[in-house]
Design a binder for this molecule. Structure first.
Ligand code: GLN
Length: 505
């Protein structure tokens, strides 16, 4: 097989080919590395590539396979990891200057699990600094470009992981989602992104932004691949006190079942009206029609408290972030920058100058906002009120799920916008998270599936499925069914329409 053929395989196809000894892990890993070498100069999905490490893992898996060892299904399939997850011995920056060159002495649980299963780690992917942003433009190391149109953003904060998968640089990637950072880049790059139920995947070794919202999950090109990776990453971890002491729901079986006959689907009234691009709305409506045609019962569901979700999120998140990021003080963690022109500076002065030099504008903005919201005079008015909205939302979602099995909405109100478009207007960027953040506030799982290209700009549109806590399998069942219906309609997966990057160079 050629490099092109190998890099276009889904992870499941690759796993089967490896098991059947049609090719080796060294061959597929080298094909990914070659692809990265040829396109990543333009895309900038990776902050760090590790050819030696990836090839060593691949060779080891190949040896073990030829010795007849029983291996994990995805053993030998290369993967990219968002730079917010600790990788022992491999640089981890969180897209920030303050962690420039930091080499973790330990693995995140998720990293340890993929290593134990024998997945070669290609490298670390670009992200908005500390996962704050929706465009990957807040990375201290420069933005990632959308493979569908390199003048546009790939979404964020996990734009690197999504772009790597969309550009066929990696068949699999890991992302993290605090308010949409897996699902929104998935929608904008035509890839599948899943935020599992809160507590379904360990947060140990995931550098925290907002601990009550953060969750790692799969970034892939097919629903089945996401399910396979989800099972591998997830499950109980005693190292994370918020980890659910239960097995991952049967997501792989659900992705294979792919049957929506009799499934009750609720279209969320509040997520799809004003502010949603016509092309996004059109592809969404068509997808819902396909589901109806396949026997799903579709109804409209109103969740009134959604009106306040965005405001609550942008108080709770900065509050938690301001506290989590206090550790980057140049004493315990982070680069140390001495204040200019001060002889014999105090510890406080060194902390201040280090944080000033090490953090970017968006991070500073959120630290200031969070510190203010938590301050004694304003705590009740801001943080306290936001927490009440969170409770209200949880109640409203629970009520909605009494009548339907899954909820659907467009993942993002718009397709990918031009680089620089919203960089100087934080509120405009925040508004793009309106459909994704509710799942994080409520702890429920969400999946974004590509459902076509918008007529006005030819760019990918995503549809989001939401399910109750620990019913992640429902997402996979419904999304795999829709994926199949769309593929039948188009005669090929949507990702096959992604531009050939070499040709455009
Ligand atoms: N875009 C959202 C934010 O800026 C979500 C980020 C995320 O999920 N990490 O907070």
């Amino acid at each position: 097989m050629t490099e092109r053929q190998l890099t276009r395989l889904s992870a499941d196809e690759m796993a089967r080919g490896l098991a059947a000894k049609e090719f080796t892990s060294v061959e597929v890993t080298q094909a990914s590395l070659d692809r990265i070498a040829s396109v990543d100069g333009d895309i900038h999905a990776f902050l760090h590539v590790d050819p030696e490490g990836a090839l060593a893992t691949a060779a080891d898996v190949d040896d073990r396979r030829s010795n007849g060892e029983q291996l994990a299904h995805l053993a030998g399939v290369p993967i990219a990891v968002k730079d917010v997850l600790a990788t022992k011995g491999m640089v981890t920056t969180c897209g920030s200057k303050i962690l420039d060159g930091w080499i973790p002495p330990y693995d995140a649980t998720v990293t340890a699990k993929i290593k134990a299963a024998g997945l070669p780690i290609l490298g670390k992917t670009n992200m908005d600094e500390f996962a704050m942003g929706s465009s990957t433009e807040h990375s201290a190391y420069g933005p990632t470009r959308n493979p569908w149109d390199r003048t546009r953003i790939p979404g964020g904060s996990g734009g690197g992981s999504a772009a790597a998968v969309a550009a066929f640089e990696a068949p699999l990637a890991i992302g993290t989602d605090t308010g949409g950072s897996i699902r929104q880049p998935g929608a904008l790059t035509g890839t599948v992104g899943v935020k599992p139920t809160y507590g379904g995947v360990s947060r140990y070794g995931l550098v925290a932004m907002a601990s009550s919202l953060d969750q790692a999950g799969p970034v892939t090109r097919t629903v089945l691949d996401a399910a396979l990776l989800h099972v591998l990453m997830g499950g109980h971890d005693p190292m994370d006190s918020t980890s659910i002491p239960a097995a991952v729901p049967g997501v792989v079986a659900a992705a294979r079942r792919a049957d929506v006959k009799g499934l009750r689907i609720g279209v969320v009234t509040e997520l799809g009206g004003e502010g949603f691009q016509p092309g996004v709305r059109a592809r969404f409506d068509e997808a819902v029609e396909l589901l109806t045609g396949a026997g799903a019962e579709v109804v409209e569901v109103s969740i009134p408290s959604l009106e306040h979700a965005l405001a609550a999120y942008y108080l709770i998140l900065p509050s938690e972030a301001s506290s989590n990021l206090a550790k980057f003080d140049a004493m315990r963690y982070g680069v140390r920058v001495a204040p200019a022109g001060v002889d014999d500076p105090s510890a406080e002065q060194v902390m201040a100058s280090s944080r000033d030099a090490g953090f970017g504008d968006e991070v500073k903005r959120r630290i200031i906002l969070g510190t203010y919201a938590l301050s004694s005079g304003y705590y009740d008015a801001y943080y306290g009120s936001a927490q009440k909205v969170r409770t209200l939302l949880a109640r409203d979602f629970a009520a909605a799920f009494e009548g339907v099995d899954v909820l659907v909405s467009p993942t993002s109100p718009t397709t990918a916008y031009p680089l620089g478009d919203k960089l100087d207007d934080p509120l405009a960027m925040y508004l793009g998270d309106v459909a994704t953040i509710p799942a994080n506030l409520v702890g429920i799982p969400g999946l974004s599936l590509p459902v076509g290209l918008a007529d006005e700009d030819g760019l990918p549109v995503g549809l989001q499925f939401l399910a109750p806590q620990q019913a992640d399998d429902r997402l996979y069942n419904a999304a795999a069914a829709l994926e199949r219906l769309l593929e039948d309609k188009w005669g090929a997966p949507m990702i096959a329409r992604a531009p050939e990057l070499e040709a455009a160079r």
